[in-house]
Design a protein around this ligand. Structure first.
Ligand code: 7TS
Length: 419
């Protein structure tokens, strides 16, 4: 069977783990003489053939720059690129394609909002509210903009189990709060925050909310309109798509009010040396040649997720999460960090008497890829008084057998490291 037909046939099956894994050739490779067990999906997911193919086909037959040529290739590339925007719109259930801005990732998307929203709406004495479990990407841009504008950064504390208390959150929403920017799902703890309620509470006080969905979109259906989020950001590479792609959803009323984040080609309406007028959203936020191939690949990733279905993905991830949580918490000396009742398939843990780095190194020798360290959440590590954790983050293409391999290899690592 031809390569492409084979992919098409496999795609017909909804949740057949074996055929799903066959879509991810990298899962077959060996690492240090052992079959790879890839449990670092929170850092970046692997890519199915459908995504790799979409990018390859684009470069083989369609590539030209977008939005600027009358010639056929440029028009085809523009059509494909703008179709990816419409697919992103329906994927997030945005009200219009113009509310979807293409960025290089979550980090750029938050920097864009912090700058474009912050410079327009923040001043001396105003407040920005984030949580204690934010990724550095949702801390540092706000710190920088607070320093420039004289605003203050306030922090919703994190409870021992890795949750947010809505009472404490309510007490931090003040007359001076200009924006709330919180993580939908914590990359380190796996906690799913009660963002629907948090948005309602902020909106009752007229405060807009940005959700960092980098770790949510890989696991759950996002409906930005049902959430009523003002901004929603995510990264393509954590949701089966290519690196260097990200989505920023913004309500049109805000996008109209915000100044562009970067200047250059593509984002203008008319330029003279005296004055420049800007293109309407989304283009005024997309200066320069975009990552065309990347967004065509991201569209294939979104279509792949839609074909498998979040329900089926979640069911597999829940099974593994439950198995791994029980198995790991039963190992002597292992302490789980992040035990919220609502979690995605992320398990962070520390081992008494062993540094996370050493545990991760021994696991790698057995072919198991986990992340170790502070996971770009240093203030959260300070909150728990730990230097870092070992984190296993599971995707729907992982198996119970892989979770068991993690547990047995961890037992071996502990027997080597802890006297
Ligand atoms: N926000 C969250 C919640 C994240 O988990 C990450 C990346 C980012 C923002 C930044 O995303 P980027 O694509 O712009 O880099 N998180 C991780 C992680 O947990 N391990 O490696 C990267």
């Amino acid at each position: 069977m031809a390569f492409r037909e084979e992919i098409a046939v496999r795609s017909e099956n909804r949740f057949d783990l074996e055929s799903i894994r066959a879509d991810f050739p990298i899962l077959d490779r060996m690492v240090r003489g052992n079959p790879l067990v890839y449990l670092d999906n929170g850092a970046s997911s692997q890519k199915p053939l459908q995504v790799i193919e979409a990018i390859t086909e684009y470069y083989l037959g369609t590539h030209a720059n977008v939005h600027r040529g009358v010639h056929t290739l440029s028009q085809e590339a523009t059509d494909a690129f703008e179709r990816a925007r419409r697919t992103s719109q329906s994927f997030l259930n945005a009200g219009s394609a113009e509310e979807v801005i293409f960025t290089s990732g979550t980090t750029e998307a938050i920097n864009l909002v912090a700058n474009s929203f912050g410079l327009r709406f923040l001043g001396e004495g105003d407040e920005v509210l984030i949580s204690g479990m934010e990724h550095h990407a949702n801390i540092v841009p706000w710190q920088m903009i607070c320093a420039r504008t004289g605003a203050t950064l306030n922090i919703i504390p994190v409870e021992d189990d890795g949750t947010i208390s809505l009472e404490k959150y309510a007490s931090l929403l003040t007359e001076r709060t200009r924006i709330v920017s919180v993580v939908h799902v914590s990359n380190t703890l796996g906690t799913i925050n009660p963002v629907g309620q948090m948005i309602r509470m902020a909106h009752e006080r007229g405060i807009p909310v940005l959700l960092d969905g980098a770790q949510a979109v890989p696991h759950m259906k996002i409906d930005v309109r049902a959430l009523d989020a003002d901004f929603y950001v995510t990264s393509g590479h954590k949701m089966l798509g290519p690196t260097g792609t990200g989505l920023l959803y913004g309500k049109m009323e805000w996008l109209h009010k915000m100044e562009p984040y970067q200047g250059g080609g593509e984002m203008i309406e008319r330029v003279t040396f005296e004055k420049t007028t800007y293109a309407p959203p989304p283009f005024k936020f997309e200066a320069g040649t975009p990552n065309i191939a990347g967004f065509i690949g991201l569209e294939a990733a979104m279509q792949y997720i839609q074909r498998i279905g979040y329900d089926a993905m979640r069911m597999q991830e829940e099974k593994i999460l439950q198995y791994a949580t029980e198995r790991l918490s039963g190992i002597k000396g292992v302490r789980l960090i992040g035990t919220a009742p609502e979690k995605v398939s992320v398990i962070s843990f520390i081992v008494d008497g062993a540094h996370p780095f050493d545990v991760g190194t021994i696991l790698d020798q057995q072919g198991i890829a986990v992340r170790t360290g502070h996971h770009c959440t240093q203030p959260l590590m300070d909150r728990y008084c730990i230097p870092g954790t070992v984190r296993a983050s599971f995707a729907f293409y992982n198996t119970i057998e892989e979770a068991e391999k993690l547990a047995t290899s961890l037992e071996r690592a502990i027997s080597m490291l802890v006297a």
